[in-house]
Write a protein that binds this ligand. Structure first.
Ligand code: ADP
Ligand code: ZN
Ligand code: ZN
Length: 773
């Protein structure tokens, strides 16, 4: 800004004290993308920008802002950002920062980026018996007894013992904000914990790079797809593609070639994958092609690693980014291609906390802003995307067969209702198939529906399950560690000796978990080696997969982690133990998710030259999702499902928004949601013509009965999980065919001032395009 301009505008120019960064941390393109994301998902702007920056940069920014506060001169936006930053902080800390803010302005040295984590260690002095037997479980029990009078320390130690090393802030989070330092230093004095430098997560260098095994000639189908993509690349304008192809049809090969084309043009590429566990596979194939160009971004990196990757991307040293959800904001310049693999995956939506963005939506927008190519790849596209392909707003490219002659597996449906013993884990049909395949030396997968695994501790006398003290859910029992765990807030405890409800000692575990499958399998096949992989296995997941790949075990038992992306040619049998479990969930996408999951898991069998067999065990063999999944017929599924959606007025025919009001006091939350609902309804008029509700905007007098102003209000009602982390939750689901109408209502909700002064902790969240409702 020149002096003359600023004088005219009445702005006073201040001197620059120091230069924080040589170049802005966010590019103009990122700023534009951030602003768009904030509007599209009704997220606070600063949280979107925060998601774009690695923690290290954020810390620096935070220190400078806190330092600046000492000068007593802030603009409103800085102030609100500052307020946000300060909320969880103690006054003392901020005061400390004020007194010495000059020092804080000094750039952090990289060495200071090391994260400290706390680790459980066995006490040095332990009974001789323990040395001999190496019973770490026993040693831990002794430690627990020792700490019987210090429950806080006991709980801290249990958390470290069951979940491994953690940072102080992780511990604080799981103890509801209580500072763990007192417990930790007491435990350190007693020799039960030690501090360690953060572990080295997987980096490019440690990842295995598989050399390009053979020169691959594209199949005819792949060549056609490639030709279409190349035409768009040559045009150099935005184009959006749905790459639909069954698992193993060669989509990744297409990704690699498209990336090569874009790099050759001097541009950069972004590749999104749904989960960390899939990075290594994708990485090794990409790294073989572009060894020096790849950066990875995912939550498994330490702050330091993340910062290093971010810095290299920003400096243009790495031109291909592979990453999970938040990598959609990676600081790439001159972007030519955005790929989102398994585009239908729910992991691309951030549900908690804000910003609740959907990376698929943001990725496509980013491609558009950059005149880049967008490719969403999937074997089972979301109903929304397939509908868009039919309507022509995204171009569908299909791959129909597996190159190299591998045939899709045979699928058998096993009706569990016909089995004699309803509690049996394995049907006779599956046992028979296992016997045959294992005798041949093949490998098998045993798959538990992802959300279906939960083993509660239930009282046989009164029938009550042991519940989480902070949430409205039953605790899950983990037999190998002998602990109960809450999957919502991470609370862990030892199982009580008697039922808290009726004092009976008849507590037993119920439900089918992967651990039970493992046990049942061993009872049937005592001589066959198996491995288990789920979010509770303590061993490194990559290690388990490598062991399985090397043939150290013949059977792999697991949850959804084993369903995706694995490419092991020796697997010829997949057993799905409870194919229908996902159908019982109160989620409008339950049928879609079940179909996707089953198709995905079926794709794991028979990827090599040997024919594959898949068995679905189910009590609902006639459900359309099961029928379509066993026929491996996407169109059959889609044609049925799209009619259901049309009938019930759900996406893609409407957009959804979930509004949740929560408070520690149940009554306060309940009153608040009813007040909100009442005032929202007052903004709308019910049409005499069709009985529907239409939003009446103040500046838009003839909005009555306009179809684009229709709003459907469901609720208010208790949220499906009524209490989480001690907060009672009430919700409304809002539906509108016209997105701007819905967003306008969402902004109104966000700005709503609750009259209740009773509770300061009342919280309102708005989730656009929510998952799991
Ligand atoms: P997807 O990503 O659709 O699951 P991939 O690209 O991983 O499929 O391909 C599956 C397997 O087939 C991989 O091992 C890959 O190397 C191989 N493959 C892909 N394209 C060809 C081809 N044209 N000829 C031979 N093998 C191929
Ligand atoms: Zn809980
Ligand atoms: Zn009881």
């Amino acid at each position: 800004v020149s002096d003359r301009h600023s004088m005219e505008a009445g702005v006073q120019i201040k001197a620059i004290i120091d230069l924080l960064d040589q170049s802005p941390v966010l590019s103009p393109e990122q700023v534009a993308l951030g602003l768009w994301t904030a509007k599209r998902f009704l997220s606070p702007i600063y949280l979107v920008f925060e998601a774009m920056l690695p923690a290290y940069i954020r810390q620096k920014l935070e220190r400078v802002l806190v330092g600046q506060a000492g000068t007593g001169d802030l603009d409103a936006r800085t102030k609100s950002f500052l307020d946000y930053l300060q909320t969880p902080r103690t006054e003392k800390k901020i005061k400390g920062a004020f007194s010495d803010w000059q020092a804080l302005l000094a750039p952090l040295e990289e060495e200071k980026l090391v994260q400290w984590r706390w680790q459980y260690t066995e006490p040095k002095e332990k009974p001789l018996a323990l040395y001999l037997a190496d019973l770490s479980e026993e040693a831990f029990k002794l430690a627990e007894q020792d700490l019987a009078r210090a429950p806080r320390q006991q709980a801290t130690l249990l958390a470290l013992f069951t979940d491994g090393p953690q940072t102080a802030s992780q511990l604080r989070h799981r103890f509801g904000g209580t500072n763990p330092h007192a417990s930790l230093s007491a435990l350190m004095k007693k020799g039960y914990v030690r501090k360690e430098e953060s572990y080295q997560a997987a980096t490019i260098h440690s990842a295995q790079v598989t050399p390009p095994a053979r020169e691959i000639t594209l199949s005819e189908g792949q060549a056609q797809v490639m030709a279409a993509l190349e035409r768009s690349l040559a045009a150099g304008t935005f184009a959006s593609f749905l790459l639909q192809g069954i698992t193993g049809s060669g989509k990744t090969e297409i990704y690699i070639r498209s990336v090569a084309r874009v790099l050759a043009k001097g541009q950069t590429a972004l590749v999104l994958i749904p989960e960390i566990s899939l990075t290594k596979q994708m990485l090794s194939r990409f790294a073989a092609q572009f060894p020096d160009d790849i950066a990875i971004l995912h939550s498994g990196l330490t702050d330091k690693e993340r910062y290093q990757q971010w810095r290299d991307i920003k400096a243009g040293k790495r031109r291909v980014v592979i990453g999970t959800r938040s990598a959609v904001f990676a600081p790439l310049e001159n972007l030519g291609l955005v790929i989102i693999d398994e585009g239908h995956d729910g992991a691309y939506k951030q549900t908690e906390p804000d910003p609740r963005y959907h990376a698929h939506t943001v990725a496509e927008k980013r491609a558009q802003m950059n005149q880049a190519l967008f490719i969403s790849g999937s074997a089972t596209p979301s109903v929304d995307l397939a509908y868009r392909a039919d309507a022509g707003s995204i171009t569908r490219l299909s791959l129909h067969e597996r190159p190299g002659g591998a045939n899709p597996p045979t699928v058998q449906v096993c009706d569990l209702r016909r089995e004699l013993d309803p509690r049996q884990v394995f049907s006779d049909q599956l046992i028979q198939a296992l016997k045959e395949r294992l005798a041949l030396g093949d490998q098998a997968l045993l798959y538990m529906n992802r959300r279906g695994y939960a083993t509660a501790l239930v009282c046989d006398e009164c029938g009550e399950a042991i519940l989480c003290p902070h949430c409205d859910v039953a605790l899950t029992y983990h037999k190998n560690k002998g602990v109960l765990r809450c999957h919502y807030c991470d609370f862990v405890s030892r199982p009580p000796a008697t039922c808290p409800n009726c004092q009976s000692d008849q507590l037993n575990h119920r439900g089918m978990g992967t651990e039970q499958v493992e046990q049942a399998f061993h009872a049937l096949f005592p001589e066959v080696k198996s491995l288990r992989l789920d979010s509770d296995t303590s061993r490194d997941q990559g290690e388990i997969l490598r062991a399985f790949q090397k043939g150290e075990a013949q059977v792999l038992i697991g949850t959804q982690m084993i369903a995706k992306g694995l490419d092991f040619p020796n697997i010829t049998l997949t057993g799905v133990l409870n194919a229908d479990l996902g159908l019982y969930l109160p989620d409008y996408r339950a049928a879609e998710r079940t179909f996707q999951e089953l198709t995905q898991v079926a794709g794991r069998a028979g990827r090599g030259d040997k024919p594959g067999l898949v068995i679905f065990q189910t009590r609902q063999p006639d459900h359309p999702s099961l029928v379509a999944a066993s026929a491996q017929d996407y169109d059959m599924f889609y044609n049925h499902e799209i009619e259901v959606r049309r009938m019930i007025d759900y996406p893609p025919f409407t957009h959804l928004m979930q509004v949740v009001v929560s408070d520690g006091d149940r009554l306060v939350a309940e009153e608040a949601i009813h007040a909100l609902a009442r005032d929202l309804k007052a903004l709308t008029k019910v049409s005499a013509k069709d009985g529907e509700r239409y939003v009446q905007l103040a500046n838009d007098p003839d909005s009555r009965d306009r179809p684009d102003r229709r709003l459907i209000i469901l609720g208010p009602s208790p949220a499906p999980l009524e209490r989480v982390r001690n907060r009672w939750r009430y919700q409304m689901i809002l539906k509108a065919a016209h997105l701007p109408t819905l967003l306008t209502v969402g902004i109104w909700c966000r700005n709503y001032r609750f009259s209740s002064r009773k509770s300061k902790s009342l919280r309102l969240t708005v989730d656009v395009d929510p998952e799991n409702i």
